[in-house]
Design a protein around this ligand. Structure first.
Ligand code: NAP
Length: 308
């Protein structure tokens, strides 16, 4: 199937372009971006122009930041294109629900992707946790914003979500592997005094049997931490490197050399081809709901200004 990639920036070039190139299902037929292009691929700077010029391209993958994404997705659905959304799927829950309704009415596939959910060990962790009695569940997502989001001003603006931009990846794994529903009971959001979005967050969640705590921080230099730890009556589980590595009772399971992000995007594109072929959608907004709740309930604390 031919696909158009929209918003040629960091994630499009790092992950989407190589994953499409390696897939037997997809051919990158066009790009739409004001500044970015991909060698050898027809490039548009205007989305409407691409939709009008290339009616043969039935699928678009939207890689721009969340705030502008709704307008692009709505245009694509109105033009009867199937749509794949980078995470987070939009700036608000309401606009994501609106897109899901529009896609259903137009009979096109809409896929709200969560790349971390397709990390190597996520399904194994879900299977291990099933039927066990959880007592303590801790999520630690600490990375260096200067290293991973250089020059990305949008991430600090309203709708950019700040540290929840990576934190929502953790939530996408958590909402996949936990059998019981959770909800935020308290949150502390640390917001740089010159910015609109938090640089760090601490949250507690309600769970029927376990104490659940999460900490996201963008001020981590040196080693980076993307870990989830579960203590059950029956043993302990740890996911590290964003779900790429899994330890049970302290012992590594499987191949410990797999890198964070490896395999994630190829799995997203394989899933999108399944959805299009089956004529269905996959829009799970649970990770975003927890972010919205943290913003609703969170106590704001102003912290030192952030400069690049
Ligand atoms: P980015 O490089 O800052 O932005 C991607 C591209 O989107 C830009 O190059 C820009 O292309 C386009 N864009 C920016 N603002 C726009 C606007 N107002 N209207 C239309 N297009 C706009 O960001 P990114 O890191 O690739 O992140 C994009 C999305 O991917 C985010 O939702 C992020 O959470 C997700 N993501 C990022 C990473 C990562 O490691 N960075 C990992 C996984 C997922 P033009 O200027 O050429 O139009």
């Amino acid at each position: 199937m031919q696909i158009a990639l929209v918003g040629i920036g960091k994630i499009a070039l790092d992950q989407h372009v190589p994953s499409i190139a390696a897939s037997p299902d997809w051919e990158l037929a066009a790009t739409v971006s004001r500044h970015g292009t991909v060698d050898g691929v027809e490039a548009f700077t205007d989305f409407d122009a691409m939709l009008a010029a290339r009616p043969d391209i039935r699928v678009v993958s939207l890689c721009m930041p969340p705030v502008p994404r709704y307008d692009y997705a709505a245009k694509a659905i109105r033009a009867a294109r199937h749509v794949m959304l980078e995470k987070p799927p939009g700036a608000t829950l309401s606009e994501c629900h609106a897109l899901a309704d529009m896609a259903a009415a137009q009979r096109v596939s809409l896929y709200a992707t969560w790349h971390s959910r397709s990390a190597d060990k996520v399904q194994a962790a879900k299977a291990w946790l099933a039927g066990k009695t959880l007592r303590k569940f801790t999520v630690t997502w600490k990375e260096d914003v200067r290293r991973w989001h250089p020059g990305q001003e949008w991430i600090w603006e309203p709708g950019g979500m700040g540290v929840f931009d990576p934190g929502i990846n953790a939530l996408s794994i958590v909402t996949e592997i936990l059998a019981d529903p959770i909800h935020v009971t308290s949150a502390l959001l640390e917001v740089p005094e010159n910015r609109q979005a938090p640089i760090a967050a601490k949250m507690a969640f309600h769970h029927p049997t376990a104490e659940v705590a999460m900490e996201f921080d963008w001020r981590q230099e040196g080693d980076q931490t993307w870990s989830i730890e579960a203590e059950c009556d029956e043993g302990t589980l740890a996911l590290h490197d964003g779900g790429a590595r899994m330890l049970v009772d302290g012992a590594e399971t499987g191949d410990e050399t797999s890198a964070a992000l490896s395999g994630e995007y190829p799995r997203l594109y394989a899933r999108m081809s399944e959805l299009v072929r089956a004529g269905t959608s996959d829009v799970d907004l649970a990770p975003m709901r927890h972010v919205a709740d943290a913003f609703t309930l969170g106590r704001r604390e102003l912290v030192a200004p952030f400069t690049e």
